[in-house]
Design a protein around this ligand. Structure first.
Ligand code: NAD
Ligand code: ZN
Length: 366
């Protein structure tokens, strides 16, 4: 078993990455916290597959548990589902010292994490991440929250878990489209600041998609990258913003598709967004065209989209995308903040991007 430590002083925690971790969940918890009662929050898909083994693992460690099951999908990151989860936690008479276990992908992690943050002013949180995206990204770092009609993730809290489990065996049941989408976030870590990792992914992509060893290695390296960023900039005052590579364009596309999963899911938006961020960097004279082509080649080889024209039912307008970009929370004082790149592994924060240059670029992409 490999373990990555997220160093945040007295709020530090471990991220365990290995196959077959769930059967030992209760023991891993008991070793780290006073664990007597827990609520398992999950969605219907994940619950069907993993609720029973999780329940068993908790009972093996003499931890009592209750279950809260929500509908799968982004729509569950809402005020109404949050209310339901919080009220079920209270109705089950869970105390502040009890534990919320987020069992699932990023949707459950963000929702249950936020519920844990606000219920009784903060319960203990354990993330059991079951999607690739959750294992390499959303379960680590403490961002929790929900969506509102005004936008994604606009309501939430920074709330660090006490423990994260990335049981790589759970990925065997993840739908292939979800695996590919999660892979976009893996590639992101190479593109941000680790050219060696990106080259390793170029050589080992097929093995990451099909074999336990390479998959575990890719996840461990991704988690280590995320842990490093979070330890230096927990609240996104600076370098943590690099993790948003591809996300400004990606979020705009998700919003323009009304978060309709039949058209686009988060990781696909990130893949298109990263390809666009590199093409935009070329457009701005910052980056060689070969770099953008290399990024596109790798994402496409992984079965990911790299252009908004490949989104089913496309038909976006420049002005609607600009509106979404302007609403993105990474906008400061009317100027646009983008993560741009000078090369593979050389992403940087550009805080003063002129809106008209983005507009020209998008018009050229359509
Ligand atoms: P998700 O949670 O919706 O999971 C994707 C689908 O896979 C769901 O239908 C789920 O039921 C299913 N699933 C999950 N694990 C499974 C498994 N092992 N076997 C079978 N089915 C499984 O989506 P996601 O991609 O994991 O997460 C996306 C969310 O994460 C978005 O809301 C995004 O905003 C958020 N996010 C948060 C952060 C953060 O730092 N908090 C970072 C990145 C993304
Ligand atoms: Zn993301």
């Amino acid at each position: 078993m490999s373990s990555v430590h997220v160093e945040l002083g007295e709020r530090s925690y471990d991220v365990l990455v290995a196959a077959n971790l769930i059967p030992n969940l209760g023991r891993h918890m008991a070793a780290r916290m006073d664990a007597r009662r827990a609520a398992i929050v999950t969605d219907e898909n994940v619950g069907r597959l993993y609720l029973e083994p999780v329940r068993q693992a908790l009972s093996d460690a003499e931890i009592d548990s209750v279950e809260i099951v929500v509908a799968p999908g982004e729509a569950s990151k809402s005020f109404s589902t949050l209310e339901r989860v919080v009220r079920e936690l209270l109705a089950a008479r869970l105390e502040r010292s009890d534990i919320v276990i987020a069992l699932g992908g990023g949707v459950v992690g963000d929702l249950a994490g936020f519920a844990a943050a606000i219920t009784r002013r903060g319960m203990s949180l354990v993330q059991v991440a079951t999607s690739l995206l959750a294992q390499v990204d959303s379960s680590v770092g403490g961002k929790t929250g929900i969506n509102t009609p005004e936008g994604k993730n606009l309501v939430g809290a920074f709330f660090q878990p006490r423990l994260v489990l990335a049981d790589t065996s759970t990925l065997d049941t993840l739908p292939p489209r979800e695996f590919r989408a999660g892979y976009a976030e893996v590639a992101k870590y190479g593109l941000i600041d680790d050219a060696d990792f990106f080259s390793w992914l170029e050589e080992n992509r097929a093995a990451v998609f099909s074999g336990e060893d390479a998959r575990g290695e890719a996840i461990r390296r991704s988690v280590a990258a995320k842990a490093r960023v979070v330890a230096t900039d927990e609240r996104e005052a600076g370098t943590r913003a690099l993790l948003n590579l591809g996300h400004t364009f990606g979020h705009a596309l998700e919003a323009a598709c009304n978060y309709d999963a039949s058209r686009i899911i988060h990781g696909e938006g990130v893949a298109i967004g990263m390809a666009m961020a590199h093409r935009f960097s070329v457009h701005q004279g910052l980056c060689a065209p070969e770099t953008a082509e290399r990024v596109e080649r790798h994402l496409a080889a992984a079965g990911l989209p790299t252009h908004m024209n490949s989104i089913p039912g496309r038909g976006f307008s420049t002005s609607e995308l600009m509106d979404h970009i302007a609403q993105d929370k990474k906008v400061k004082a009317g100027r646009l903040t983008f993560i741009l790149s000078r090369g593979i592994g050389e992403a940087f924060i550009a805080e003063d991007v002129a809106p008209h240059s983005v507009e020209t670029f998008i018009a050229g992409e359509l």
